[in-house]
Design a protein around this ligand. Sequence first.
Ligand SMILES: Cc1cc2nc3c(=O)[nH]c(=O)nc-3n(C[C@H](O)[C@H](O)[C@H](O)COP(=O)(O)O)c2cc1C
Length: 398
Amino acid sequence: MIATSLRDNVYAITVNDRTTDLFEGLWPISQEGVSYNSYLIQDEKTALIDLTKEFKTDELFDNVGMIKSLKEIDYLVVNHMEPDHTGAMKALNRLNPDITILCTPKARPMIENYYGITENVREVSDGEEISLGKKTLKFFHTPFVHWPETMMTYLVEEKILFSCDGFGGYGALTGAIFDDQIRDLDFYIKESLRYYTNIVAKFTKPVLNAIEKLADYPIEIIAPSHGLIWRGNPGKIVELYQKWSEYGKGDNEKGVTLLYGTMYGNTETMMNHVARGLGSEGVPVDIFDVARTHMSYILPSLWVNRGVIIGAPTYEGSLYPAMSLALEEASIKRVLNKKAAYFGSFGWSGGALRQIQKMVEPLKWEILDTLEFPGGPTDKELEKAFEFGAAFGRSIKA
Ligand SMILES: Cc1cc2nc3c(=O)[nH]c(=O)nc-3n(C[C@H](O)[C@H](O)[C@H](O)COP(=O)(O)O)c2cc1C
């Protein structure tokens, strides 16, 4: 892909990755893809902001090289050390050992640990400015958006924020790279939420801190290191990230995530009646079979909805394992403060509910109702399931 101009002498080099199956070795992107965005600013001095995953090094270098020889670049700005933004660092350093690497103090030892580079590394302090000539880089330390060494870089005269992982999203770019060029903006918003819940959700407070820190600076372009560049409406992605971060406190949407798992269909039969009960109250419901859906796609729903219904049978005295794994993942991502309910089938002893209580208690999920039944549900139990769903729906709307 050829570099795109953001402003005079400010370029975006967006490298698409459509072959990595799992982002971070965890999160599926084989359908959606992802982009690694780097930025080049040409002035009396030239700065390159963030790099790419190692296997995309040649593509990045070829595209940068069309604008400026890599050997003539003065600064490499490292906003974040994660290898999807720094994988090309060693190769760049070999080509241009004189390049000055600008980073936070916390990034310096990481640069040595990951790439063995110790020379020409210059720490920038929070709020520090470096002049490139006519244009000025200003650095904001934003720890834990997404690692401790993270910072964002602001191009003062052009009012562009290079936000790295902050305000990023999955989704390879389709030639168009700006929000105002995209017909299916909903796709990128959905993929930004999935990215947020997969990658950033644990760090809601640092995201809110970063937004607050930048509040007084006019921003005309948000240029993250993954996904769309927000030029038409940069406030949109900031508002979304802010809203999603506020959800971490529990002030969520009036919807329900219905997670279920089943071995022989009894819990699934019940689930359909619970769902109809919820539907009768007009409450939006997302239904996921936890054994067959990657958690990457479940987390966005769990994150935004106020209510969670768990439907799963007892398995070896405890909870159906795929549901345990889903709840464990929700715990890792700090999905907190939900209204919850449980239903499920058992053979003889039960035990699933006990395990659920143990798992959701630290997450501050309030279990409003439970409905357990032996074997297959009777007609009476199915009626109860409908009312169980409807009652839960009412409590979510309340
Ligand atoms: C491998 C396995 C282990 C089970 N362990 C228990 C158990 O410890 N206690 C119990 O009450 N039922 C146990 N059951 C029975 C199931 O909970 C029961 O069959 C239930 O109806 C399954 O619901 P489903 O049709 O939604 O999968 C077990 C079933 C299987 C297949």
